[in-house]
Design a protein around this ligand. Structure first.
Ligand SMILES: [Ca+2]
Length: 409
């Protein structure tokens, strides 16, 4: 974008015969591209029950560029926003006597899962549920108040907010457990595209990314839509030394389990793996340690020790390892890089960040990522402003005067 502006400027000034003045008028160096803030589960999910219009609205108020609904299907084929097909942890379903008999055990990606499944409920029944906070470290004061939104409602909401705020707000839907949904006759992909098409958003240039941890459904989507697709790349854990660990069921895309393909998620990010991803996807959404892992400062019998003495062993007891070259390798293939998940609670922050969430965002922005999935859009946005002020000589004027070129915020 910046290069285009410069060219236009050069042309105009050359025509005016005042080319030497150019050096003074244009800031030195190229403008820095602002990384996207993707509102993970809404971007306000650090504060309110996730995947509710209220959490999405808060994420947008806090500055998120994209709202990220996870999608599962109801019995009557509607797509709704939930992180899991099992509603037990994110809704009040277990407290509603009218649904007590729906509780059952389902094999989800090869693992038995007991609870209440979206595919056993019609949309009208889903609308009787209310969202609750699934993470024990977060406040429960808003439990039982907010509805479960459908994809169609979310699209309409995002469009309305975009207009209201006068800025481009996008949608970043994730197809959850696509093999599972296909196996129960409720395949997600065409349902998703139908809603997007109805909204006029199924074309290149629409403010939409589609993401998946599986590969086969992204390949299928590639044949059905021009929208950008993002290959998510998971792992089970990292060990004390910072090495990624691949234990089932988080070791590989589930469609690889079904097709018998060998390997694990890490194989998607080798030179050959990335080249394969680039044939069907436009970007990768890697777990953060693939870009910069962490190691335990102190190891006790092979396990991490409580270094900071707070009685718990977590991220705060680890330190950063050197970054990998994943961002550069992905960019060399034209792939965007959107790592996940950025969270502001102290126990989620590696000791190097000294309890300051902005330090983590700044580090990843400096490494060149194109966006971040964040539960706390405010922290991601504040850090982005700092990053742009530091790296873009023109940005202070943009921030204060509101005169920002395209690609700026
Ligand atoms: Ca600790």
């Amino acid at each position: 974008m910046k290069r285009l502006f410069l060219r236009a400027g050069v042309l105009a000034l050359a025509l005016a015969g005042s080319l030497p003045a150019l050096a003074h008028r244009d800031p030195p160096g190229p403008a820095v591209k602002a990384p996207l803030v993707i509102g993970h589960r809404g971007g306000g999910s650090g504060y309110l029950p996730e995947h509710t219009l209220e959490a999405y609205a808060l994420g947008i108020e806090l500055g998120a560029d994209y709202v990220e609904p996870d999608l599962v299907a109801t019995k009557d084929g509607h797509l709704i926003a939930r992180h899991e097909p099992n509603l037990i942890n994110t809704t009040n379903v277990k407290d509603l006597p009218q649904f007590a008999a729906r509780k059952r055990t389902v094999m989800l990606d090869g693992v038995p899962d007991t609870g209440f499944f979206a595919s056993d409920f019609t949309l009208a029944e889903i609308k009787q549920l209310r969202a609750v906070q699934p993470l024990p470290e977060r406040g429960t004061q808003f439990d039982g108040q907010f509805e479960i939104p459908t994809l169609a409602e979310i699209v309409e909401f995002v469009k309305r907010k975009s207009q209201e705020k006068g800025r481009r707000i996008g949608l970043y839907p994730e197809t959850k457990h696509p093999t599972y949904h296909r196996s129960i006759g409720l395949a997600l992909e065409d349902r998703l595209l139908r809603v997007l098409t109805q909204a006029g958003w199924n074309h290149r240039g629409a403010p939409v990314f589609i993401q998946s941890f599986e590969t086969a459904n992204l390949r299928y989507l590639r044949t059905r839509t021009e929208l950008p697709l993002v290959q998510l790349v998971d792992a089970d854990d990292i060990d004390a030394a910072g090495k990624l660990v691949f234990n089932p069921p988080y070791h590989k895309p589930y469609d690889w389990v079904v097709s018998g393909r060998a390997g694990n998620f890490g194989d998607l990010l080798t030179p050959a793996g990335l080249a394969e991803v680039a044939t069907y996807a436009d970007g990768i959404g890697p777990w953060k340690p693939y870009i910069r892992s962490t190691a335990c400062t102190l190891v006790n019998g092979g396990a991490c020790a409580d270094v900071n003495g707070d009685g718990k062993v977590n991220e705060a007891d680890r330190t950063l390892l050197p970054p990998t070259d994943l961002v550069q390798r992905a960019h060399a293939l034209g792939l965007l890089v959107h790592p996940y998940t950025f969270r502001s609670e102290p126990r989620r922050l590696v000791s190097d960040y000294a309890g300051n969430p902005a330090a983590e965002y700044l580090m990843f922005y400096e490494l060149g990522v194109d966006g971040v999935f964040s539960d706390f859009a405010d922290d991601a946005v504040a850090a982005r402003t700092q990053y742009l002020l530091k790296n873009d000589p023109d940005y202070a004027r943009c921030l204060v005067d509101g005169r920002c070129g395209r690609g700026r915020r």
